[in-house]
Design a protein around this ligand. Structure first.
Ligand SMILES: Cc1cc2ncn([C@H]3O[C@H](COP(=O)(O)O)[C@@H](O)[C@H]3O)c2cc1C
Ligand SMILES: O=C(O)c1cccnc1
Length: 345
């Protein structure tokens, strides 16, 4: 594993400036492409080339895992849904599968910590498994230190594989009943926020469920105490195998100079942890959409990222990010293909 804390090289300033200059010369009124123009400039900076190349190869990885807190009344659904959904991704029938087919995005699902042996699924799906279910974070650590390191390293290895397969843009997705609880806790711990500001309804818990979930998140934060000043300790105490792997995946993508499209609260919690493991990583992240989870919006603000879409989605799986893929592709093509004012004669 790369030493935590090693800073990430930023996208190219030269390409960014040249892309901004080209945007200003397009045969459009100044600023008429709005945030598509800003996105195109960021893409060019990340690719280090002007005009930017078309974003053809997009690859999503869904990190699946269970969470001990799911036995403690924090979700509207039972944890048996997690392995069932892993099989649904493999069958190409989940929400993200439909969007990914539509937008030509490759989807890979990996079991990092599902509390099930997933008998009969292809061996490569479970190849990176760290454990069956992560600890209930309000009562115990999610992981041992060794498991946290192994999970982060797994995510880094997966990013390297996806990049070797030609990914020009990566997406991190999630599957795991209860995972909005550790995601909220990681965001709260990273920004010093109370549970009351970060806790959301996840799959759709009612008012009393929300009050209980908020108390669970606060208990987890209190239990972790000042260990949260260290990124790996934070993942060990409050994360999970799947969240730690996602963080490693995102940090490695940034270190390799490959942009990532973020999804909802779980993907964004992993992005926050990636930026702590690899300071500056967030310069390589684009926010795909705004989820209804309060922690996601809070964290995007702190990372300085404005979501491309705001459709009221709260599915996870990488679905909001995959829905935003056409917007990213459009931005790159516009900056590459629109005539210049000087061509108009
Ligand atoms: C059928 C089904 C499919 C899903 N796909 C993603 N999630 C999402 O909801 C869960 C998180 O919400 P909470 O923390 O409230 O449990 C995760 O599994 C997440 O991936 C799903 C949830 C369900 C029920
Ligand atoms: O923000 C998300 O991605 C999300 C919200 C609720 C449940 N699962 C995921």
């Amino acid at each position: 594993m790369t030493t935590p804390g090693t800073p990430v090289a930023p996208p190219s300033v030269t390409a960014r400036d040249a892309a901004a200059a080209r945007l200003g010369q397009l045969a459009t009124p100044p600023g008429a492409l709005g945030r598509l123009g800003d996105l195109a400039v960021r893409l060019a900076a990340m690719q280090g080339q002007v005009p930017p190349a078309p974003v053809e190869c997009v690859r999503a990885v869904i990190f699946a895992g269970d969470h001990g807190v799911s036995d403690h009344g924090v979700s509207a659904f039972p944890k048996a849904i997690t392995p069932a959904m892993v099989r649904t991704f493999l069958a190409g029938r989940a929400g993200v599968s439909v969007l990914a087919r539509q937008h030509d995005v490759a989807v890979r699902v990996l079991d990092l910590g599902v509390d099930d042996d997933l008998e009969g699924v292809p061996a490569d799906v479970t190849a990176f498994k760290v454990r069956r279910g992560s600890g209930a974070i309000h009562l115990e650590d999610a992981l041992t230190c060794d498991e946290a390191l192994r999970a982060v390293a797994a995510g880094e290895a997966v990013a390297a594989e996806e990049i070797a397969a030609g990914a020009q843009l990566l997406v991190s997705g999630d599957m795991g009943i209860g995972n909005t609880t550790p995601a909220a806790a990681l965001i709260a711990a990273s920004f010093g926020l109370p549970a009351s500001e970060v806790t959301g309804r996840g799959t759709g818990i009612d008012e009393s469920g929300l009050a209980h979930k908020t108390a669970v998140v606060q208990q987890a934060l209190d239990r972790a105490g000042d260990r949260t000043s260290d990124a790996l300790e934070t993942l060990t105490a409050l994360g999970s195998a799947d969240l730690a792997a996602s963080a490693g995946f995102l940090a490695a993508a940034a270190r390799s100079g490959v942009p990532v499209l973020l999804d909802g609260v779980i993907s964004v919690a992993a992005a926050v942890m990636a930026d702590r493991l690899a300071p500056g990583a967030s310069a390589w992240f684009v926010a795909g959409h705004r989820s209804t989870e309060p922690a996601q919006s809070l964290a995007l603000d702190k990372l300085g990222l404005e979501p491309l879409l705001d459709l009221g989605m709260r599915l996870g799986e990488g679905s909001g990010a995959v829905a935003a893929v056409p917007v990213v592709r459009s931005a790159a093509l516009l900056l590459a293909e629109v005539a210049l004012l000087s061509d108009l004669g």
